[in-house]
Write a protein that binds this ligand. Structure first.
Ligand code: GAP
Length: 458
């Protein structure tokens, strides 16, 4: 089954509601770079916090790190990026478009009628040449080859070069991991599909250092753990699939690799959102050789020393955010109403705004009571206060922002000190004492319910 293409409607909703804007839009935009607006930054921060909690805070065998983007240029020689991090590029001399030679069958010639590159009579494709994807810049005031540095194309190398620093500072014993979240840059030849493939993006990577020989057992464990993490975000099970790399697909450093793919629908279909790789001791061995510094782990208990193997989990924060947006978007009819509604059905824990607070009327002290409640709730989570327009429209605005709870202050509220909580997904309502609102919502946000559903409240 091919799911419908949600990207087009998502791009316009994302702009209209302040999730994601094109970078430098007033100047015509920058190619494949995007800015996160007020709702988008909350959503992506929630994704990153959830990853950090699962990978670092809730474990005693993974340590956190925040390495710099600019690194010694030799790092990228050792890692193989200077010589090998390239894609085959072909130019069309007729229309000046550029394509990845290995993705021609997925590409479209910019000329009309729409055809694949090379299929128009006057297409003139060059022979493929290798194009390095790393962005280069200069360290210091002199622009000469000795001062070339690169914007990192992956965060992983910052972890490898700090392996012994972290191990010695924390006295961790193998097996243990190091995790970090940070920006990465790739001068992609054919970026696109909104925030799916961009030139500046964020990675959440973890390198787990293990004794050689135990690597495949750790690899299997991480594969399952990472799939479960995606399920915990509320991504539908049937939209997620493993893809095992064939020998041809395996990177030069990898002994085994699985992608976790998500079905984005439309022509994009199933695409990688995360890679789980067995990188052997390739990286530590390379850095040991290029730096001439011993990077072996000393196992004092067993009186052994060795270069650990590395199981890597590498996920794009932007790609997962796109998967969450695609998964959450739904248009539905509403019984008894002419207009349907657009709902972003985010997992409550990921939702950018947790609750909308609405006085039903501007009289009888309702706005004052609502503002007091909103201020109290804001101490715990993001809340949106809205007294403008019909209550139905206010609910719809929050449905579209993915706000899981709507709290309405009505005439009964001032008399009984109680409010209604409306649930975004089933639109059911319950009445609770004002003093219990924070506790009820808090229980929801801490629980692992993927839906905001009134049946789950006692
Ligand atoms: N350290 C291993 C590594 O970087 P990768 O498969 O090249 O592996 C890992 O990248 C993840 O980073 C991908 O699964 C994807 O989520 C994200 N990613 C890679 N390139 C990207 C791009 N151009 N735009 C957005 N996300 C990207």
């Amino acid at each position: 089954m091919t799911r419908p293409d949600a990207l087009e409607s998502l791009v316009s909703l994302a702009k209209r509601r302040g999730f994601i804007f094109q970078s430098s839009e007033i100047y015509g935009g920058t190619g494949s770079v995007w800015d996160y607006g007020p709702l988008g930054v909350e959503l992506k921060n929630n994704v990153k916090a959830r990853w950090w909690n699962a990978m670092v805070r809730e474990r005693d065998d993974v340590e956190g790190l925040d390495a710099a983007i600019l690194m010694h240029p030799k790092v990228w020689e050792a890692s193989g990026h200077v010589s090998g991090f390239s894609d085959p590029l072909v130019d069309c001399k007729a229309c000046k478009a550029r394509f990845r030679a290995d993705k021609l069958s997925d590409a479209a010639c910019p000329r009309k009628p729409s055809k694949k590159p090379g299929e128009h009579i006057d297409c003139q494709l060059t022979e493929p040449r290798q194009f390095n994807l790393m962005f280069k810049t200069f360290m210091g005031p002199v622009e000469e080859s000795a001062s070339v540095v690169y914007l990192r194309p992956e965060t992983a190398q910052g972890i490898f070069v700090n392996f012994l620093n972290v191990q010695q500072a924390t006295r961790q014993k193998v097996p243990f991991g190091i995790a970090q979240i940070g920006k990465a840059f790739r001068n992609e030849i054919t970026p696109g599909n909104f925030i799916f493939r961009t030139r500046e993006f964020e990675q959440m990577e973890m390198q787990f250092f293990v004794e050689p020989g135990t690597d495949m057992e750790h690899f299997e464990r991480w594969k399952e753990a990472r799939l479960n993490w995606h399920l915990g975000l509320g991504l539908d099970r049937d939209r997620l699939a493993f893809h095992q790399h064939t020998d041809k697909e395996l990177a030069h450093y990898a002994r085994a690799a699985f992608d976790i793919n998500f079905d984005f629908g439309g022509t994009l279909g199933f695409q990688e959102i995360e890679g789980v790789h067995n990188r052997s001791d390739f990286d530590l061995r390379q850095h040991q050789e290029y730096s001439s510094k011993k990077l072996e782990y000393v196992d004092q208990a067993d009186n052994k020393r060795y270069l650990p193997y590395v199981i890597e989990t590498s996920v794009g924060a932007d790609r997962v955010t796109l998967a969450i947006l695609v998964n959450a978007l739904r248009e539905e009819a509403v019984e008894g109403e002419q207009e349907g509604r657009t709902v972003m059905g985010f997992h409550p824990a990921l939702a950018p705004i947790k609750a909308g607070v609405f006085p039903l009327s501007k009289k009888d002290g309702q706005p004052e009571m609502a503002e007091r409640l909103a201020a109290a709730l804001r101490k715990r989570f993001p809340v949106f206060y809205d007294e403008a327009g019909a209550i139905g429209r206010r609910y719809r605005r929050q449905d579209e922002a993915g706000t899981p709870f709507g709290i309405t202050i009505d005439s009964g509220s001032t008399a009984n000190d109680s409010v209604t909580i409306r649930f975004r997904d089933d639109m059911g309502q319950i009445r609770v004492a004002t003093s219990r609102v924070a506790e009820v919502l808090g229980r929801y946000l801490e629980a692992d319910h993927a839906q905001a559903d009134s049946r789950l409240v006692e």
